[in-house]
Design a protein around this ligand. Structure first.
Ligand code: GRG
Length: 258
């Protein structure tokens, strides 16, 4: 558990939660435990995603994958341990009332479970090797990666005592951000592969996996990225909070290079 948690990563989910707290002028400390719990859920999903039964990857976050170091059985258990313990952490929060804790657990378990990330992973596996429309691809990623990103923002709002309407609006903000995150990920994959092969960027759009650049082409994928970043900002501005840090994360997602 510790090996994969400490392997690095962008920590984008914790950052989203803390930036939302900042938007409500709440101290970062209020969100540390829930931010860690969400990062633990994310880390579990990566450990399981890398297993031979799923993506069968050797490297994650620049290091050997969990099962390569500790074996498959221990990697499955490390993931199980991270997932279960995350909810123990949230339910044990000392300075948060019971109603807020239940709301956090409901939202986070929905985002991570069969109607969220797990369901998205199932849809992704079922879609493997089939040509997908952009709507189908978006549906998969909305759940597989978008739901956990969205609940990171929502959890910050819940901890801040935001109204249901604000939580909903921030959810829409995060939904666009999640789609933008995935499009950027797909673009970076193509650019990285082409640079590694010494090809001009944009020349290698054909791949066996459906991605935004493979379905839409690189130019349209970039247009779609810009559209969702813009829509994310529009939704964000509808909520009357300090937007500074969340806006910086939007810019970071658009400009990131890894
Ligand atoms: C096994 C139930 C289960 C789910 C796995 C998140 C996921 C679902 C699989 C990851 C597969 C993948 C590479 C998706 C592309 C986008 C993505 C979520 C990348 C990983 O998240 P980052 O970029 O990772 O936030 P770091 O390492 O920075 O935390």
């Amino acid at each position: 558990m510790s090996y994969s948690l400490k392997a690095g990563g962008k920590r984008i989910r914790p950052l989203l939660l803390l930036a939302t707290l900042k938007g409500y002028n709440k101290p970062f400390e209020l969100g540390y435990s829930v931010a860690c719990a969400i990062e633990m859920i994310h880390t579990y999903s990566l450990i399981h995603d890398d297993l031979p039964a799923m993506d069968d990857d050797d490297l994650r976050r620049g290091k050997a994958t969990n099962h390569k170091v500790f074996g498959e059985a221990m990697a499955i258990l490390a993931g199980d341990g991270l997932l279960t313990y995350s909810f123990n952490i949230i339910s044990s929060l000392a300075d948060v009332d019971a109603e807020t804790k239940i709301k956090l657990i409901q939202n986070i378990s929905e985002a991570a479970g069969p109607e969220g990330m797990v369901g998205g992973q199932v849809a992704d596996m079922e879609g493997e090797g089939k040509p997908l429309s952009v709507e189908e691809l978006q549906g998969i990623h909305h759940h597989k990666t978008g739901d956990l990103l969205a609940v990171s923002v929502k959890a910050g709002a819940i901890l801040s005592g935001a109204s249901d309407n604000e939580i909903e609006l921030l959810g829409t903000f995060a939904k666009h951000l999640g789609i933008a995150f995935q499009i950027k990920d797909d673009i970076l994959d193509v650019v990285g592969d082409e640079e590694a092969l010494g090809k001009p960027v944009g020349s290698d759009e054909e791949n066996d996996k459906s991605t935004y650049p493979s379905i839409l082409g690189m130019d349209k994928a970039k247009e779609k990225l810009a559209y969702h970043l813009e829509e994310a900002k529009k939704s964000l501005y509808k909520v009357e909070i300090d937007h500074t840090l969340l806006k910086e994360i939007v810019e970071y997602i658009g400009n990131r290079s890894n």
